[in-house]
Design a protein around this ligand. Structure first.
Ligand code: C2E
Ligand code: MG
Ligand code: MG
Ligand code: MG
Length: 285
């Protein structure tokens, strides 16, 4: 009994791990093709202002609807996209699609929110990034103030002066800039001072054990007060429980994102969230 289910389990395991067994070059070719034929989609995960309970943003998260392999998650293809350079055209599509969708929600009378887009190191080094972003905003009619780029610490320390210059250019346009997975990389406090950021995103690894781990509580508290001192918004990712939420609220963390508040979901579902409708006008005198 146990043996036969183990066998089946192994068969299934083989079936769902084809990315490993299929030729890398084949997958890269399929990815290149899939970008052109529209096999990639975005899910959106809500971000809530902790004090008011309002939806203030959404993180766009890419998925690959592969014709044979089914839905693939970023962990299964982003590394390969970076390695092959395909993250550049893929990232360009993600940016444009996220801007288009956010503008569409606004046009439909939804509550205006900021859309957060992940930018990988390889994209950030691409000389055309800023003109791609500007073109996406212009073509979709999305205002720059509703776009946030999520950057990683490693990306920022790699080529600091160039990074600051590019970030300044984004800030001049009005685009917001967050450090993703904050606390896991090597950026110094001095670096934080020099980078024109608008937000710190506390990494999930510090949020996960808040209920049991006193040092994680200290780290989370320190990041939140650091953000407050520097005038930055602080968002906690990976919030899964009311206990984590309560702790973050007690530290006056600005914003929260995680399964406790909503899983990543398709655009239509997101647009129908109660928090996305504006309050009806009060027409009484
Ligand atoms: P990330 O930017 O740190 O995104 C957060 C990840 O945590 C997402 O995984 C999200 O689904 C997951 N998550 C959200 N809330 C919770 C929670 O409460 N508990 C737990 N356990 N997980 C939660 P996902 O969608 O699989 O994305 C993984 C990573 O892939 C992202 O990490 C990001 O680094 C990368 N990624 C996703 N989309 C893009 C993209 O368009 N471009 C680039 N360059 N990278 C992307
Ligand atoms: Mg992110
Ligand atoms: Mg993150
Ligand atoms: Mg993360």
């Amino acid at each position: 009994e146990a043996k036969s289910s183990g066998r089946d389990g192994y068969k299934i395991y083989q079936q769902i791990r084809p990315v490993k067994s299929v030729n890398k070059l084949t997958i890269i070719e399929e990815m290149r093709n899939g970008i052109e034929t529209g096999e990639f989609i975005l899910d959106y995960q809500p971000q809530y202002d902790l004090a008011s309970g309002r939806i203030v943003g959404a993180e766009a998260l890419v998925r690959w609807q592969h014709p044979q392999l089914g839905r693939l998650m970023p962990g299964e293809f982003i590394a390969l996209a970076e390695e092959s350079g395909l993250i550049v055209p893929l990232g360009r599509w993600v940016l444009r699609e996220a801007c288009r969708q956010n503008r569409a929600w606004q046009d439909a009378g939804r509550n205006p929110i900021t859309i957060s887009v992940n930018v990988s190191a390889r994209q950030f080094r691409d000389a055309a990034l800023i003109s791609d972003v500007c073109a996406a905003l212009e073509d979709t009619g999305m205002a720059a103030e509703f776009l946030e780029l999520e950057l990683t610490e490693s990306l920022l320390v790699q080529n600091r002066e160039q990074a600051v210059e590019l970030m300044d250019a984004f800030r001049r346009i009005g685009i917001k800039l967050a450090i993703d997975d904050f606390g896991t990389g090597y950026s110094s406090l001095a670096a934080l001072k020099n980078f024109p950021l608008t937000r710190l995103k506390i990494d999930r690894s510090f949020v996960r054990d808040l209920h049991v781990d006193e040092s994680d509580r200290s780290i989370a508290r320190a990041i939140i007060s650091l953000g407050r001192e520097l005038g930055l918004n602080v968002v906690a990712e990976g919030v899964e429980t009311p206990e984590q939420q309560a702790f973050l609220a007690s530290c006056r963390c600005d914003t929260v994102q995680g399964y406790q508040f909503g899983y990543p979901m398709d655009a239509d579902t997101f647009g129908e969230l109660p928090g996305m409708s504006r309050k009806p006008l009060d027409v009484r005198y």
